[in-house]
Design a protein around this ligand. Structure first.
Ligand code: NAP
Length: 247
């Protein structure tokens, strides 16, 4: 089992939603956390204070991780502040749901940039430091939609499926180094992203979920902790946390 005390973790999009739950859970297990945000400055400051009140150590860094130079800045600031890097959680994501007929090129490109190209950007900047860690972890927050598809979600589904292929290939390349690479595939989790779905559609979705409820962000965060602490022999996998919606 890996002790997370004093390990350093970056959580992209770590100030709200699933990312905030992951930041908090990592901090509560003793990790020092870099909470990356793009636009959520206020929530990031509030979260840093909450973590400090819990006795944890966190630091906020603004960066649009869809841009490679900003992802590099995120990693540089992490090293300047904490001096090492052990865990990267690629969590930043957006949706621009439209049926394919209505989808604009911009909707396609933005979703691929933020959900998929960001994963390349952050990992490429972080890898030299992860290789120095005795327990490097890369955890990519993909989605059930990358596995099963989703109506009106060709862009998002392509990005999330891309993360899964990327996870498997990088896991193969890094296995000997001790850095594990895994994807978590959440089902429908009760955050702003799902709250944007119209109420009648939300009801239809819940009716199809075998456990009959949306997941909570903390349930994804606990999956991250499992992979970080107990995951030394788990690599290239998809951890499905979806209430049984996709098996
Ligand atoms: P959310 O509440 O909408 O939060 C999205 C997060 O992504 C925010 O922290 C946001 O930061 C960050 N972000 C967006 N663009 C960014 C950029 N360019 N650079 C850095 N950060 C950026 O969504 P969520 O539900 O927590 O989703 C988190 C992840 O889980 C996403 O990758 C999503 O696709 C995935 N997921 C969610 C669900 C679900 O049901 N909720 C299911 C499967 C997978 P700012 O606020 O600072 O912009």
């Amino acid at each position: 089992m890996t002790d997370l005390t004093n390990k350093v973790a970056i959580v992209t999009g770590g100030a709200r939603g699933i990312g905030a739950a992951i930041s908090k859970e990592l901090a509560s297990h003793g990790a020092r956390v870099v909470v990356n945000y793009n636009s959520s400055k206020g929530p990031s400051e509030k979260l840093i204070m909450e973590i400090a009140e819990m006795g944890g150590d966190a630091y906020a860094v603004q960066a649009d991780v869809s841009k490679s130079e900003e992802a590099q800045k995120l990693v540089n600031e992490t090293i300047n502040h904490f001096g090492r890097l052990d865990i990267v959680v690629n969590n930043a994501g957006i949706t621009r749901d439209r049926t394919f007929k209505k989808l604009k090129e911009e909707d396609w490109k933005n979703v691929i940039d933020v959900n998929l190209n960001s994963v390349y950007n952050t990992t490429a900047a972080a890898l030299p430091y992860l290789l120095e860690s005795d327990s490097g972890r890369i955890i990519n927050i993909s989605s059930i939609i990358g596995q099963a598809g989703g109506f009106g979600q060709t862009n998002y589904s392509a990005a999330k499926a891309g993360m899964i292929g990327y996870t498997k290939s990088l896991a193969l390349e890094l296995a000997k180094s001790g850095v594990t690479v895994n994807a978590i595939c959440p089902g429908f989790i009760d955050t702003a992203m799902v709250q944007e779905i119209p109420e009648n559609i939300r009801e239809q979705i819940v009716a199809k979920i075998p456990v009959r409820r949306f997941g909570q962000a903390e349930e994804i965060a606990r999956g991250v902790i499992f992979l970080c602490k107990d995951g030394e022999y788990i690599t290239g996998q998809q951890l499905n946390i979806n209430g049984g919606l996709y098996m």
